[in-house]
Design a protein around this ligand. Structure first.
Ligand code: SF4
Length: 328
């Protein structure tokens, strides 16, 4: 079934390709409803967590996810660089993620990446589930429990040292690549002393790379401020040779999606606020044409926007779900 002919109320678990700063053209698989997470990070681009939980459930039916993936791959003029599990929250909360990764590997040679906050890696079932991924990108923003609680605002049952142990165990068991992400917010976790302590913790985990990130999209809390380029460079230096700063812009090349662009744009905006440039590049559409589509969607109330750092970021509008029945 072509995506454009799916029943209007059918949830879409597959979105993109998304312009990704580290994964090129990344086709997203979203296995949890908005916004289901173990954390409620101050910098989250999805806004505040509305369903904070540590309970793993089969939120998305695997066979539907795989069918949607097959359909999406057939509409692309070129395969994506990665198939990435990410989206509306913490993907390892989906108890079927391991089986779905296996199915994806059977279906396509496109490498699989998982973006996770790593909070459930202390569970053997979660570590096992991610063994089939080519790249796992966990996050670690704090070197001690009080800062962890301040920045990531975790579920009350989560324990900082248990999460660290989970990351270390996963490193021992997993042969794929681990790219650890550190999100730095000015005034919270960017002090030299803290970064040095963070480096000690990260060395015990042993990731292949360290990705330094800062707030580049509208955050959940206004007080989550970004670091300047110079501050990021200093932090990268303190973190050592494996640390690299994620570029503020994505330079993935365009891949045209044959289908209903408006719907695809909305599916992407449901998972990530995007600038005009992001959208134009993601869908291989000239900026003036994308701007015309966005104007139309804004007139319908399906798309809204927010200005952050002198850039307009488009987001779902108040009538997004109602008008387009995206099933979220
Ligand atoms: S940034 Fe990631 S881990 Fe943090 S609240 Fe958002 S979805 Fe959850």
């Amino acid at each position: 079934m072509n995506p454009s002919t799916q029943p209007a109320c059918s949830p879409s678990y597959v979105f993109g390709p998304v312009p990704s700063r580290r994964l090129g053209r990344s086709l997203g698989i979203d296995l949890v409803p908005l916004k289901t997470c173990t954390y409620d990070c101050i910098y989250c681009q999805l806004g505040r967590t509305t369903h904070q939980t540590v309970e793993r459930k089969p939120y998305a039916p695997g066979e539907v996810v795989i069918r949607q993936l097959q359909e999406k791959l057939s509409t692309l003029s070129a395969p994506p660089d990665f198939i990435t599990f990410s989206g509306s929250g913490e993907p390892t909360l989906n108890s079927r993620i391991g089986a779905i990764i296996e199915e994806v590997n059977r279906l396509t040679p496109v490498p699989v990446a998982v973006l996770t906050n790593g909070s459930l890696l202390h569970l053997e079932a979660v570590r096992e589930a991610l063994l089939g991924a080519d790249v796992v990108i966990p996050s670690m923003d704090a070197a001690h429990p009080s800062l962890f609680r301040l920045i990531n605002r975790p579920h009350h049952s989560l324990d900082f040292s248990q999460i660290l142990e989970g990351l270390k165990k996963f490193r021992k068991e997993y042969v794929g690549k681990i790219w650890l992400e550190v999100m730095l917010c000015r005034g919270f976790n960017d002090e030299d002393q803290h970064i040095e302590r963070l480096r000690e913790g990260i060395e015990k985990i042993g990731p292949n790379r360290i990705h330094l990130n800062t707030v580049v999209r509208p955050p959940a809390e206004e007080f989550a401020y970004p670091l300047s380029k110079e501050q990021l460079e200093k932090a990268a230096h303190l973190l050592g040779g494996k640390a690299e700063i994620l570029p503020a812009e994505c330079h993935a090349s365009a891949a045209r999606v044959y289908g209903e662009i408006d719907r695809e744009v909305l599916l992407l905006l449901e998972r990530r606020p995007c600038s005009l440039e992001d959208l134009s590049r993601a869908f291989g559409v000239a900026e003036k044409d994308m701007a015309a589509s966005l104007r139309k969607l804004r007139d319908k109330g399906a798309v809204g926007y927010e200005v952050y750092n002198r850039t307009i970021f488009y987001k779902p509008g108040k009538k997004s779900e109602k008008n387009l029945s995206l099933g979220r």
